[in-house]
Design a protein around this ligand. Structure first.
Ligand code: F6P
Length: 342
């Protein structure tokens, strides 16, 4: 059989491990032909593709990013985008598409499936916010990067008696902030799910000072918002899926904390460092398991589905369920750790 493969949305460590597993099992076990599209849905719309072989995918397991390239192209933003997708599938005589992506890429995959295109999804995102699966690959790597940064910032914060704010990724979900903050012993953790009160934040930092701790670490997800004044942080253009480029809560916090407490405060924005580089072993294994399950599912014609991790098992779930709602941090999880703040 012949299948097309694409990676869309923000890149993520582990994408190449999925591609490698799909290609190896597809060719070696099933005798398939695999076609890789350039830059996500853009390559499908413009029919820009090349055959993937065992040779061309050799050595990519430990490599970050995606050998296929990616983009935030939305096929539904183009007049008759689904028509172009169908044309490419017919032109390349594909039996179906394997779309590796997060909420946007898989949201488009699900709409295409509902519009009659044979497509299945593979979940990825460092944000870990996709429904249907307990975890996405890429998250573990991002967590390691963020935690290592917090550990390093701790020692310099302590030496200089400073407040150090660390802004991590997480537009709608605070998984990276919460887990890296807890693992790194942060004194304040701010997540998008729970708007914060800046006075409460400063009170926690002041309490630490009165207890003789002259430095503090504040971890903030990029999507964390003050309970009042959201508009002050809204900035930047929107992408084809309507996501706004966020305005920099870290630097905002720096100014507010310094002005309100008088404590010297600095900010580190980790940004794309969290998305780059080599995947952790855990991410490589999860991505490989997803890839193996995806090529089997394609063979079985399980269109509209997605391999997901449920407990320790890989199961197929409906794409529609996976993209119906973002998987955000339950407030109870956040509250549980708040005993350690301040
Ligand atoms: O979706 C993953 C993610 O890294 C988000 O955490 C972040 O908000 C966004 O992508 C950044 O996207 P871009 O690289 O397009 O600026």
């Amino acid at each position: 059989m012949r299948f097309g493969v694409l990676t869309g949305g923000g890149d993520c460590p582990g994408l190449n491990a999925v591609i490698r597993a799909v290609v190896r099992k597809g060719i070696d076990v099933h005798g398939d032909t695999l076609i890789g599209f350039r830059d996500g849905w853009r390559g499908v719309l413009e029919n820009e593709a090349e055959e993937l072989t065992i040779e061309s995918t050799r050595g990519i397991l430990p490599r970050g990013g995606t050998i296929l390239g990616t983009s935030r192209t939305n096929p539904y933003k183009l007049d008759d985008g689904p028509g172009f997708v169908r044309e490419t599938v017919a032109d390349l005589e594909l039996d179906g598409l394997i779309a590796i992506g997060g909420e946007d890429t898989l949201g488009a995959a699900n709409r295409l499936y509902e519009d009659g295109v044979p497509v299945l999804g593979v979940p990825k995102t460092i944000d870990n916010d996709l429904g249907g699966t307990d975890v996405t690959f890429g998250f573990d790597t991002a967590l390691h990067v963020a935690c290592q940064a917090i550990d390093r910032l701790h020692t310099t914060a302590e030496s200089h008696h400073r407040i150090l704010v660390v802004e991590v990724m997480g537009r709608h979900a605070g998984w990276i902030a919460l887990q890296s903050g807890v693992a790194g012993g942060a004194d304040v953790i701010l997540i998008p799910e729970r708007p914060f009160d800046i006075e409460e934040v400063c009170a926690m930092l002041e309490r630490r000072r009165t207890r003789g701790r002259r430095f503090s670490i504040v971890v903030a997800a990029e999507g964390a918002m003050p309970a009042e004044g959201e508009s002050a942080l809204a900035a930047g253009a929107t992408d084809e899926f309507g996501h706004r480029r966020l305005g920099g809560v870290g630097h905002w916090l720096e100014g507010e904390i310094e002005a309100r407490t008088g404590f010297e405060t600095r900010t580190t924005v980790l940004g794309h460092v969290q998305r780059g580089g080599t995947p952790t072993p855990r991410d490589r294994v999860l991505a490989t398991r997803f890839g193996l399950a995806a090529i089997d599912a394609a063979h079985d014609g399980r269109w509209g589905m997605m391999p997901a991790l449920r407990g320790t098992q890989i199961e197929l779930v409906a794409l529609a369920d996976a993209v119906a709602e973002l998987r955000t941090v339950p407030l109870a999880d956040y509250e549980e750790f708040s005993a350690l703040f301040g």
